[in-house]
Design a binder for this molecule. Sequence first.
Ligand code: FAD
Length: 473
Amino acid sequence: MNIVQSAVPPLPPELLAKFRAIVGEKYAVTDAADIKPYVTEERDLFQGRSPLVLRPGSTTEVAAICKLASEHKIALVPQGGNTGLVGGQTPHNGEVVVSLRRLDKIRDIDVESNTMTCEAGVVLQIAQQKAADVDRLFPLSLGAEGSCTIGGNLSTNAGGTAALAYGVAREMAIGLEVVLADGRVLNALTKLKKDNTGYNLHNLFIGAEGTLGIISELTIRLRGIPDTIAAAACSFETVRGACQATILAIQTGIPVARIELLNAAQVKACNSYSKLSLPETPLLLLEFHGSEVEVAEQSKNFRDIAAECGGGDFTWTTKPEDRTKLWQARHDAYWSVKALRPGDSIGVVATDVCVPISRLADCVTETEEDLKRLNLLSPIVGHVGDGNFHCSLLCDVNDKDEMARGEEFMHRLVERAQAMDGTCTGEHGIGLGKIDYLTDELGEAVDVMRSIKTALDPHGLMNPGKIFAGARP
Ligand code: FAD
């Protein structure tokens, strides 16, 4: 894809000079080739354009950028690792990008309080590693963990594979420092487990996709590393059977740390990409955390449930290298799907519906039937313990008929989930990609959200056009 930077109106030279003075010449990017990685995303689905990418190195610089932008009514798009799947980080209307990646310092790891305080641009995998270095677990776990940032994870309220046991990003954040649209800095960097002082403002910014302010620092909760971690894999005859085993495990309260579904098409893709030899039928990947005895008991209980639901081969291991191999394959699922159908014109659309656990089997089964009926290729992978699953739809953008079938499939999928009391997005967010579904799903709650947006960002300068339709709230 070619980004035609000449199509972006340049900023007035005096204003550009002021932005440059804030971050320094080197960190104010104006060259089209250097801007390109910030305005395109891996899948090329959301194209952006921008006259300027600012790369601040401190909260003070972020605040100065916001203040200047507010005075001159310049719209900003905050960006972390640029791994978002709904276009929230894309400057689709020529906005100035504020890349937080230079805010990469870990300020403090308090082992006794089990907290880590760091800047928002710290890459998730680095935070996980730093926690492990002091015998602690930071259990947020995503396929893009080598490039996404913790600020981005909080802004999207990311979920991932371990949310079943440890919760989503929101449940891991204790305190935030946020720069508001007018440059004010809201500091709520607490380490407290309990804090009842007025409105819980920091929660407003989690999952706000950069539309209310820029997260510059944060404190997250760490956990102890479980004594024993066991990984298991269990194949099923049908996808319904795999979902039913999941439902029963959750309903009977087996404390599974992770349950991930891979349908037959996804197992096939993983076998080929990750050089595995798993049976090419629906598969559940599981992880159990606890003492040796607890883990053995949990996995036995799950094995009994799986057998009732048509589960076959059940393998389990506590060997770290075997566990890592299985979970690496799961985390590489997206790349394995891409490899199924290479080509410049092939896009991968990752859907993200979530339904109450009781409706999981119906929703996944009907979705597979729909894919077959529409003759579309889309492996399914899911954090099914949370009722959340992703179809990775492969479509050729040059094939009008296939694109139309893809659109039909996606609308029907969201309608199906909503009819089952579910949502169009369990963890990726609304961004640009799901705006059309928001009002249908939330009705008047969207007006309340707009009021909050207007109160904090009256000129609509903070990531305009995301979440809500229209450039301004
Ligand atoms: P970006 O993509 O840069 O930004 C995402 C949104 O957050 C944008 O709206 C942006 O404006 C805003 N933002 C970013 N940083 C800040 C900040 N400091 N302050 C305010 N706003 C900010 N997501 C899941 O939830 N679970 C998964 O399992 C998962 N797996 C993935 C696997 C792959 C292969 C890929 C490519 C993506 C996956 N994702 C998943 C999606 C993505 O990784 C997450 O949404 C992630 O949290 C985005 O972080 P980021 O730093 O890349 O943010």
